[in-house]
Design a protein around this ligand. Structure first.
Ligand SMILES: C[S@@+](CC[C@H](N)C(=O)[O-])C[C@H]1O[C@@H](n2cnc3c(N)ncnc32)[C@H](O)[C@@H]1O
Length: 274
C-alpha cells in the first residue's frame, strides 16, 4: 500500500504521535505534517536520530530472523508501530511459512494500516492494545485466534518501553507479561539508553515532545533496561548496543555506529523463560 491509498484515520486529530514520528524518521509513507515537524525538531537536537531509528529496525529484523531460524513460530509485536519495510510477518513467514504474528499498538493509525496490509494474511493480525494493560492485551479474541499462549511466543518490545514513564508502571506490566508467557518464550527488547545522550539533548527532546503533545520518551540506564528481563535468562550476546546484537544475521544492514556503538542510542537483547 502506498500513501495515495492511505487516508489518515479521523482519530488521528492531526497531532504528532510516536508511531508517526518513527515512520517519518524511517522515511515511511504514513506520517502527517505534525510528525514530520517533530522529526525535524528531533533531528536538530540529535542529527543521527533517523540513523538510530533505522538501526533499531535492523535489530528487530535480525532478532525475528534469528528466532524464526531457531524454530519459533509465534510472534507478538508489542508497540509494533506503523508497518514498515521488513515487517515481522514478512521475515518470520519467509523463514517459516506457518509463522503466526500479532501486531499490537496503542495508536489507531498503526493498527488500521496494519489491518489493511494484513487483509489477505490469515496468520497475522493487527490489534489495538495498551502495553500498560497486559491482561487486556492477552485476552484479545483476535490475538488468541492467531497465537496459542500455551505455547512459546517471541514477545517483541522494540523501541516501545521508552515511551512508558515510571508512572505508567512499565516494570509491573512487563512482569505480568513474563508471568503469562509459556515456558520457552522469549522477550526481545530495544530501549533508548541514558548512556547515549547528553543531559542537554534529553531535555531538548523532552521539550520538543511536550510541545507536540506526543508522550515524552524516557531514556533508562543499562541496569534499568536489564531489569525488564526479570528472571528470564539472557541469550547470547546479552544486553548490548544495537549494532552488536548478532550483526552476522544482517549482512546488508547499515554499518553506522559500529565503531562507536554507544551512539546508536539503544540497548538491545533477548532473554528466555526457562
Ligand atoms: C518507536 S515505535 C517502534 C515501532 C516498532 N516496534 C519498531 O521497532 O520498529 C513505538 C511504538 O510504540 C507504540 N506505543 C507507545 N505506547 C504504547 C502503549 N502503551 N501500548 C502499545 N503501544 C504503544 C507507539 O504508538 C509506536 O507505534
Amino acid at each position: 500500500m502506498t500513501r495515495s491509498h492511505w487516508t489518515p484515520p479521523p482519530e488521528r486529530g492531526g497531532r504528532a504521535t510516536p508511531a508517526g514520528l518513527y515512520d517519518a524518521l524511517l522515511g515511511g509513507e504514513f506520517n502527517l505534517p505534525a510528525d514530520r515537524e517533530l522529526a525535524a525538531k528531533a533531528l536538530e537536537v540529535i542529527p543521527a536520530m533517523a540513523k538510530m531509528a533505522k538501526t533499531s529496525r535492523a535489530f528487530l529484523r535480525r532478532a525475528v530472523r534469528h528466532f524464526a531460524n531457531e524454530g519459533f513460530d509465534q510472534f507478538l509485536d508489542l508497540g509494533s508501530g506503523i508497518p514498515a519495510t521488513g515487517n515481522v510477518h514478512e521475515i518470520a513467514q519467509a523463514h517459516r511459512p506457518d509463522a503466526r504474528v500479532v501486531y499490537v499498538d496503542i495508536h489507531p493509525v498503526a493498527v488500521m494500516t496494519g489491518q489493511q496490509i494484513l487483509r489477505d494474511n490469515p496468520d497475522a493480525v493487527a490489534i489495538l492494545g495498551d502495553a500498560r494493560n497486559p491482561d487486556a492485551v492477552l485476552a484479545d479474541e483476535e490475538l488468541n485466534r492467531v497465537v496459542d499462549l500455551n505455547r512459546p511466543v517471541v514477545l517483541l518490545a522494540v523501541a516501545l518501553l521508552h515511551y512508558l514513564t515510571d508512572d505508567d508502571r512499565p516494570y509491573e506490566a512487563m512482569a505480568r507479561l513474563r508471568e503469562r508467557l509459556a515456558p520457552g518464550s522469549v522477550l526481545v527488547l530495544a530501549h533508548g539508553a541514558r548512556e547515549s545522550y547528553a543531559e542537554s539533548q534529553t531535555q531538548k527532546i523532552q521539550t520538543a515532545f511536550r510541545e507536540s503533545e506526543a508522550p515524552k520518551p524516557v531514556v533508562r540506564s543499562y541496569d534499568e533496561v536489564l531489569g525488564f528481563f526479570g528472571d528470564f535468562q539472557l541469550i547470547d550476546p546479552g544486553l548490548v548496543w544495537l549494532p552488536q546484537w548478532r550483526p552476522e544475521l544482517g549482512p546488508d544492514d547499515p554499518d553506522w555506529f559500529v565503531s562507536d556503538p554507544v551512539q546508536s542510542g539503544s540497548l538491545a537483547g533477548a532473554a528466555q523463560k526457562l
